[in-house]
Design a protein around this ligand. Structure first.
Ligand code: AMP
Length: 215
């Protein structure tokens, strides 16, 4: 499959993407995961991105496009990919459109995960993430807690609250979503690529997306 997952922070894009990779071997490409790994490594990219991320602001489009132009040409993308957290702005969507034409790639569709705001807020404040940059498994203190002692069930690393999941950063991220990312819904509707999914349970959404892929 070749799809884009659109949705507010906390809409469940990461969880849905991970479940979809188990379906047909498509890779999950999360710009957030790539950036967090770069911050942890202290690479040049990470140094440039860190302050934007901690505040809950978007990283400049030019940096993101450099990452994605290279990433989409890696061999593992040939079997399909699920874009999670990219594009995030209209300029990114426009540049992606040109890049896909250049690479001869046709997307199946853009899945917009629609989740009520109170559900989003609850998810973001209770969300925890594995600190191991090559794992980044997502937990929820209420519905899916980590193992004893706050350890990741998959890799055993400490499970933490992300720096951008403080109340202030969350408010900023949701505002940034409304101003910069929500307009992509209209963009992809015009492109004829948009499909809306009322997404209260990630598992149900995955089933709906699979159905849409078959149809
Ligand atoms: P996420 O894990 O997708 O919520 O991303 C975490 C943070 O990484 C965001 O709040 C942004 O600071 C940055 N980020 C991730 N993807 C993008 C993108 N496509 N454009 C700009 N910034 C991004």
């Amino acid at each position: 499959m070749k799809i884009i997952l659109l949705g507010a922070p906390g809409a469940g894009k990461g969880t849905v993407a991970k479940l979809l990779t188990e379906y047909d071997g498509s890779v999950q490409i999360s710009t957030g995961d790539i950036l967090r790994a770069a911050v942890k490594q202290g690479s040049e990219l990470g140094t440039k991105a860190k302050d934007y991320m901690d505040r809950g602001d978007l990283v400049p489009d030019s940096l993101i496009m450099q990452i994605m132009e290279a990433r989409l040409q890696e061999p593992d993308c040939q079997n399909g990919f699920i874009l999670d957290g990219f594009p995030r702005t209209i300029p990114q969507a426009q540049e992606l459109k040109e890049l896909l034409i250049k690479l001869g790639i046709k997307m199946n569709f853009v899945a917009n995960l629609d989740v009520p705001r109170d559900v989003i807020l609850d998810r973001l404040t209770t969300r925890r993430t594995c600190s191991n940059s090559s794992c980044q498994e997502i937990y929820n203190v209420k519905s899916n807690p980590p193992a004893e002692g706050g350890k990741c069930k998959k890799c055993g690393s400490p499970v933490i609250q992300r720096a951008d999941e403080t109340e202030e950063a969350i408010t900023n991220r949701l505002e940034t979503y409304n101003n910069k990312t929500a307009p992509l819904i209209g963009f992809y509707e015009k492109e004829g690529l948009l499909k809306n999914f009322l997404s209260l349970s990630s598992k149900d959404t995955v089933e709906e997306i699979k159905k849409a892929l078959k149809g």
